[in-house]
Design a protein around this ligand. Structure first.
Ligand code: URP
Ligand code: ZN
Ligand code: ZN
Length: 461
């Protein structure tokens, strides 16, 4: 299969220009003015943007969590991602405490192989670190193409490791060229605030938000940065929500430290006023919770200052029936919301269209930086000769409205219902095949490939 995309505005993390793009097989073969190739398919991209497929490095597909499973599996989740212009996701494998990383890997291979439609990779969440697991960490990097290790500073009893384990893990990961990522919130503080609210009979979703104040995230982010500085390990804070946490990273830069930071679309565009005093707020019960307008402003400027390098989603959807597990107690509401589909369009509409970020910054945070940080650049994350032909053709003027009635995620509500968006994903190409056209997905379950990742370092960007 060969495709010639004519006259689009090509956008990369460094420039934009009008050009044609020619793909053959799975790769980009040529980019230039007035390319003269015979192609199986020609797409007129006049007045459209042509940018690299989005990479969402923070999704939870078919994940066991809080007594249930996230409602999108690899098939429905990667299909919805493709509809929105995300051609690759990185999901989280969870080690079961007391069990091995290899057993967890096998479980996640069973979830993804033959099911994924878009490309994927895995982070390995280390929830129980010891000498045997240390050996497995090395095998993951050297033999399995998994070079990023997720840690949790919260969710005690299920996922959390202590600071001693964290430091030992960082030492191994640094030595073998990997990266430690973190859910940075102070789990003990949060647990005590939850217990206090429960004791006082405060059971509505708003108390989820009130049990995780900004300080719990700011403190843990600073502590994580200190442990990275001590060990020299490269590190990445996932789903950062607030000014306080960003300031902890800003402070670390003053000793010339680099800590990678990811925020998520919801923290840029939604705020805590959604947690009213009724159960509706369960739709946005996620950890960390939504914050304030001042935090949105801090995150947008963090993106422009280069302190926030990646925008993901933390896609972790649950059906309304599942959310109702916490109808009498906010602490039992499964944490997470559906987001994988609209990341690229929301970020374009709220970011580029509203003048908060440039087009090149958009591509940088939605695709390129994730590819660089997670060891798959330039195969993924850019439009360049020799890169995978993962391409989005995007109409920057088309207006539409987000709704559960039209989304493709396996979730019976939308956290963005009725939101007006400017900019729409039109055609999506995944490794040289047309994945999305005319709002239909042309690829089947099993088309998605596992993308093994290489080593990384603090200086990749
Ligand atoms: O609420 C969330 N974020 N659910 C998924 C698990 C996590 O902490 O990322
Ligand atoms: Zn998390
Ligand atoms: Zn997550």
């Amino acid at each position: 299969m060969s495709i010639l995309i004519k006259n689009g505005r090509v956008v990369t993390a460094s420039e934009t220009y009008i050009a044609d793009v020619y793909t053959k097989g799975e790769k980009i073969v040529a980019i230039g003015k007035d390319l003269n190739y015979d192609a199986d398919k020609v797409i007129d991209a006049t007045d459209k943007l042509v940018f690299p497929g989005g990479i969402d490095p923070h999704v939870h597909l078919d994940m066991p969590f809080m007594g249930t499973y996230s409602s999108d599996d690899y098939e429905t989740g990667t299909r919805a991602a493709l509809h929105g212009g995300t051609t690759m996701v990185i999901d989280f494998i969870l080690q079961t405490q007391g069990d091995t990383l290899h057993n967890a890997l096998k479980t996640w291979q069973g979830k993804s192989k033959g099911k994924a439609i878009g490309d994927y990779s895995y982070h390995m969440a280390v929830t129980d670190f010891n000498d045997d697991v240390a050996k497995e960490v090395v095998q993951m990097i050297e033999e399995e193409g998994i070079s990023s290790f997720k840690t949790f500073m919260a969710y005690k009893g299920a996922l959390m490791i202590d600071d001693g384990q964290m430091v030992q893990l960082m030492k191994v990961v640094k030595k073998y060229g990997g990266l430690v990522t973190v859910h940075a919130t102070n789990g003990d503080m949060i647990d005590s605030l939850i217990a206090k609210n429960q004791a006082e009979g405060n059971m509505a979703p708003i108390y989820h938000y009130l049990s995780q104040p900004e300080v719990t995230e700011a403190e843990a982010s600073g502590r994580f940065a200190d442990m990275l500085e001590y060990t020299g390990c490269p590190g990445y804070i996932v789903h950062m929500t607030c000014e306080g946490a960003l300031n902890a990273v800003r402070k670390a830069t003053q000793r010339n430290q680099k800590v990678f930071v990811e925020t998520c679309t919801q923290y840029l565009v939604l705020d805590a006023s959604l947690y009213e005093d009724n159960f509706e707020g369960a739709k946005w019960v996620m950890s960390p919770p939504l914050r304030e307008k001042k935090d949105q402003a801090a995150l947008w400027s963090g993106i422009n200052q280069g302190l926030v390098q990646v925008v993901g989603t933390d896609h972790c959807p649950f059906m309304w029936e599942q959310k109702k597990m916490g109808i009498d107690d906010f602490s039992k509401i499964p944490n997470g919301h559906p987001a994988i589909e609209h990341r690229m369009e929301l970020l374009f509409s709220e970011g580029v269209h509203k003048g908060k970020i440039s087009l090149t910054k958009y591509v940088e945070v939605a695709s390129t930086n994730a590819a660089k940080i997670f060891g798959m650049y330039p195969r993924k994350g850019t439009l360049a000769v020799g890169s995978d032909a993962d391409i989005v053709i995007f109409d920057p003027k088309k207006e539409h409205v987000i709704s559960v009635d039209t989304h493709h995620m396996n979730c019976d509500y939308s956290g963005y219902e009725g939101m007006k968006i400017t900019g729409k994903t039109e055609t999506v190409i995944l490794r040289g095949q047309v994945a999305i056209e005319n709002e239909e997905c042309h690829l089947k379950a099993g088309n998605g490939q596992f993308i093994p990742r290489g080593k990384t370092s603090k200086t990749v960007i």
